[in-house]
Design a protein around this ligand. Sequence first.
Ligand code: GLA
Length: 693
Amino acid sequence: MTRIRNLRAAALLLGVSALALPAAAVEPVVVPEQPVFPAQGKITYVPRDSILEFKALPSYKEPAWVTEKFVKTGKLPPVGERLPKEPMVFKTGNMPDGIGVYGDTIRHVIGGRPEGWNYSAGQTQGWGGIDIGMSECLTRTAPLFQVEAKDMEPLPNLAKSWEWSEDGHRLTMKLVEGAKWSDGDPFDSEDIMFYWDDNVVDSNVSPLNGATPETFGVGTTLKAIDKYTVEWTFQEAFPRQHLYAMAYGTFCPGPSHILKTKHPKYAKTTYDDYKNGFPPEFLNVPVMGAWVPVEYRSDDIIVLRRNPYYWKVDEEGHQLPYLNEMHYKLSTWADRDVQAIAGSGDFSNLEQPENFVESLKRAAQETAPARLAFGPRLIGYNLRLNFSANGWGEPDERAKAVRDLNRNLDFRKAVTMAVDRKKLGEALVKGPFTAIYPGGLSSGTSFYDRQSTMYYPFDLEGAKALLEKAGLADTDGNGFVNFPVGTAGGADVQVVLLVNSDYGTDRNLAEGIVGQMEQLGLKVVLNAVDGTKRDAAQYAGRFDWFIRRNDQDLTSVVQNTTQLAATGPRTSWHHRAGTDGSVDLMPFEQEMVDIVNAFVASSDNDKRAELMRQYQKIATSNLDTIGLTEYPGALVINKRFSNIPEGAPIFMFNWAEDTIIRERVFVAADKQGDHELFPEQMPGKPGDSGPIN
Ligand code: GLA
């Protein structure tokens, strides 16, 4: 038996068709309909210009203690002088509970850990909304979940307005004028150009969310015209799509006056010194966001206090934010759910189905401290196979052989047909939550078309036949298929599956895959590492397969669009440039790249919808990714908070931490708790050991 299989495998490798196995053409079908799970909370759609504007108001206000303790003592200039000429004004009509009052804190709990504050150089701050609250970006997209489709375009933010040249190749952006970093240093085009030239374009530096020049289109350039004007040039005409890439997290500049002191171009330092020059202990790092980090206790908490120079106000002139403080307790993601439900934390994106049933039960009680609302099915997971055969991640012989398999459609079909998605979903939670998800665009995006979503149903026997067709047989009879003789010494095929160990769901899915692949006869071993290490391994291409929770490219299509395919050397999650700088695209991937580029270049809604139908068909029938499961998430937020928009999804253009517009969130006076750890204190100077009195 062993010998025959071996021969067969060898013959197949030589392309001897006479020995071809019965597994003839396996064709996909349209994916089945999903179980109905109605989203809770009705979204009220509004015109884009009803949310905010930029204008001067007759006078400005701030918390009384700021005036008393900081302005009157000369520690801070008066509020009017700290604000830009024309601050951003949030319109009252769009604020669910209207103008707020000052005080209190959001007690976040997060599962990540801060590497340091250098977001521009790729350091994580621990996720869970901490970096989102510190960052401000050229444009903003999270609040678009409520904007009418006909009006869809990112909101202004650091860029307060923009204008296209007649031919559509140039875009001139006006920056908010006279805004300041939280230490009082002026914000201007120098910050924009430092971020672009010395972080995005400098290939020694890779910003946290992976921005590269191609994120904004191949051949795109950016230059400063004056202090408050920058100009983009694009190869395409009117690529309005790139305005989305200028939002979180790919165009959020850092404080150039501080970062330059450690960047090799300006200081006698290395790129390593630059990346690691601002560790978590470096407090009071200047931000444009609403809160500044003033306290860090390892494995315990990060505390942020209000930014005295924040450049946004309400219509009565109150400088925002209303909340004086932000907490990030350093715990686990599962604990975030538990604490938010119990009331010792204030916020969670309920995204791990293992916690759904308990959380729902508690939230249904009248005494529950938090409200919980499910949104559409926008949380999804994919298994991604490393498609690079030209050296990304420097694979050894075994890894190279696995990549060749990854590039073989029969092999991918075998893998997907061996995935029992019903079982995978039910292992996470029983009930109508999880749905069969074959990969590709999320069913929650407006670009989703079920008829274009192709699916290879679960069929273990068919999968086994395909594995043989791909040249793999169990030559040593141990239950696992071997490489053909001559490849990796004919050893058992062993696939290393990279997974983020910070989340129960990721681990459970990965373990489910290991078990299901064992049924197929494919040996998969886990490389479960924390989120930071997972990201590092993934960006460096050091993986055979990995499991990744979907990002905005799949859930919104318009956000992070260039990640939908290998449109640039470092845009795709699972296929990046090899050692020679090129991406060795397979023909279907080239088609995907062309479609995504055409989508970006087009402003015609019907054409864009059609392009995404084509994308979906190609991606799912060729198994660009192997979908695992898809389910809805719920926003859990303590009942004392006001101005939380109804229907806010936990994830669409960005995470809910941004979607709910935290700078406008407040706690009514009679509901305020004694949560502030540094009452009546303000951020100190950059690098100081804490806040000041
Ligand atoms: C993590 C969490 C998400 C969300 C994001 C914000 O990924 O799992 O729920 O809080 O951080 O960046």
